[in-house]
Structure formats: structure tokens, C-alpha cells
Design a protein around this ligand. Structure first.
Ligand SMILES: Nc1ncnc2c1ncn2[C@@H]1O[C@H](COP(=O)(O)OP(=O)(O)OP(=O)(O)O)[C@@H](O)[C@H]1O
Ligand SMILES: [Mg+2]
Length: 252
């Protein structure tokens, strides 16, 4: 297994009197798929938000590639090579596939057309979008000029994941990417996750689906009541064991 690419210690996040994270440690290895599981409200999304700049923790430290980092905005995470697909689907329905891929990092046309007149390099972005999608093995999206609202749920999710994966990311966080998907579409997203891993990218997958977790994860981080209750592997523990740790019926 690879070295540790990202690490957090004693993360605390409170919302008024509600404790979202209660001193959570987190380690992510290079090129692994780490599942994060736990009951509703266990702090999974809060953990991901604190690691990706969507929320700022009240306390605790984060290291990336061995150096302490401050991630106070999502752009800080992006600058480090960390991309995130949040639980609420992160695509804009009215925009086409290519525009969604480049949302927030639009490419301007060269020269004064771009710098002064702020004109977009639409052709270049479409070209690059086609290339990225085919490199990711997404073959169900023939036409990158189609508005995302016309795509199926699975294709939309594929666009969100592709967006996260397309820009040379080192780490991709996915918060319940398959929760709303059918079997075939879920398998597409799982294939994408495996492909990212094959390319050396670290993937953090939040999921309630135990068979799915046991299918793709190298390690499993178990959250319970705002704390990390344990870290196990599909080899060391059964699904029943993991559920028991999640619910507090057993210790890790
Ligand atoms: N913006 C917020 N304001 C107030 N409380 C919040 C906020 N976000 C999260 N919380 C609280 O923090 C705790 C952890 O929530 P979080 O969303 O991280 O859970 P989760 O493990 O992702 O749950 P789920 O499986 O339902 O997605 C919960 O008690 C929740 O109510
Ligand atoms: Mg959540």
C-alpha cells in the first residue's frame, strides 16, 4: 500500500451546541479506496467538508503530502489536487457536459479576446472534455454539447465524478455518489472509482451500501457519533462486524 498522502488529527467541528466532529483522526494512503461508513448524522459529510474546505474545523490539524496545510476554502483543496463530489449533486442542469466539466475553471481564448473581452475558449474546452471523458472510459456520453438536464441520473453522476477526476487530481472525495442510482449506473460509477485507483488517485467514498463498500474499498473508516470508531479492512472484518461497530454493538 502507498504512503500516507493525507492525514488529519483531532478534528473538531461544532454547529452551535451540536457536535459534528468530536476529535477525529483520518489517514488516507496514496492510490487506495478508503470507504467512510456510519449511521445518519455520524459526521461523515462533516468530515469530508472539513477536509475539502467546505467547512473550517474549530480545531485539529491537516497534513497533505507530509506538510501541514490550511484548507479554508474549496479552492485551497483544489490547488492541492483534491476534488470533491458533495452529497448534493454538484452539476448545473442547464449547462452542457463540457461546461459542467469546466465550471469554475473556464478556459479563456488566447490573447486580448480572452484577457480583455473574457471570451471563452468553447471549442478548446469541448475538445478537452471529450478527451478527458474517453480517458476515463466514459463511453455513454457521445455528445459533450448536450445539456446535463437531458442526461440520465447515472450519466449526470458520471459527469460529476469525471469533473472531479479530470484535472490531474491526487485525491477525490465522493459523498454517496450512487445513492440515487440504479444498478447499471451504480456499476458505471464503481468502475470509474476503480479506474481512478488504477491511475494512482486516492478515492474517499462515503457510502451506506455495505456490499458496495466491501466490493471496492481497501480500508474502511467507521464513524460513530462524531468520532472514528475504528478502521478495518474487508479482509479483517465481515459486513456484520462493521455494522456492529457502526451501531456501537461491538468495539473495533
Ligand atoms: N450546517 C449544519 N448546521 C447544524 N448542524 C449540522 C450542520 N451540518 C451537520 N450538522 C450536524 O452534524 C452532525 C453530523 O452531520 P453529517 O451531515 O456529517 O452526518 P452524516 O454522517 O453525513 O449523515 P448522513 O448519513 O445522513 O449523510 C449531525 O448531527 C448534523 O445534524
Ligand atoms: Mg452525509
Amino acid at each position: 500500500m502507498g504512503d500516507i498522502i493525507m492525514k488529519a488529527e483531532r478534528l473538531v467541528k461544532t454547529y452551535g451546541r451540536v457536535v459534528g466532529l468530536d476529535g477525529v483522526n483520518f489517514e488516507l494512503h496514496r492510490g487506495e479506496v478508503l470507504a467512510v461508513v456510519g449511521d445518519n448524522g455520524a459526521g461523515k459529510s462533516t468530515l469530508i467538508k472539513c477536509l475539502t474546505g467546505a467547512e473550517v474545523p474549530n480545531d485539529g490539524t491537516i497534513e497533505f503530502e507530509g506538510s501541514p496545510v490550511r484548507i479554508s476554502r474549496t479552492q485551497d483543496a483544489r490547488d492541492l489536487g483534491i476534488e470533491t463530489v458533495y452529497q448534493s449533486l454538484a452539476v448545473s442542469p442547464a449547462l452542457d457536459v463540457a461546461s459542467n466539466l469546466f465550471l469554475g475553471r473556464e478556459v479563456r481564448r488566447p490573447g486580448v479576446l480572452g484577457s480583455v473581452f473574457r471570451m471563452m475558449d468553447t471549442k478548446g474546452m469541448r475538445e478537452r472534455a471529450r478527451q478527458e471523458l474517453s480517458e476515463l472510459g466514459i463511453t455513454t456520453l457521445q455528445d459533450v454539447t448536450v445539456p446535463v438536464e437531458n442526461l440520465s441520473g447515472g450519466q449526470r453522476q458520471a459527469v460529476a465524478v469525471a469533473r472531479a477526476a479530470a484535472f490531474g487530481s491526487k485525491v477525490v472525495f465522493l459523498d454517496e455518489p450512487t445513492a440515487a442510482l440504479g444498478v447499471r449506473e451504480t456499476n458505471q460509477v464503481l468502475d470509474l472509482i476503480r479506474r481512478l485507483k488504477d491511475n494512482g488517485v486516492s478515492v474517499v467514498l462515503i457510502s451506506h451500501n455495505m456490499p458496495q463498500v466491501f466490493d471496492v474499498a481497501d480500508r474502511i473508516h467507521i464513524q460513530r457519533l462524531g468520532k472514528r470508531a475504528g478502521v478495518v479492512t474487508p479482509e479483517s472484518h465481515s459486513m456484520t462486524d462493521v455494522v456492529a461497530i457502526m451501531t456501537g454493538a461491538a468495539a473495533a
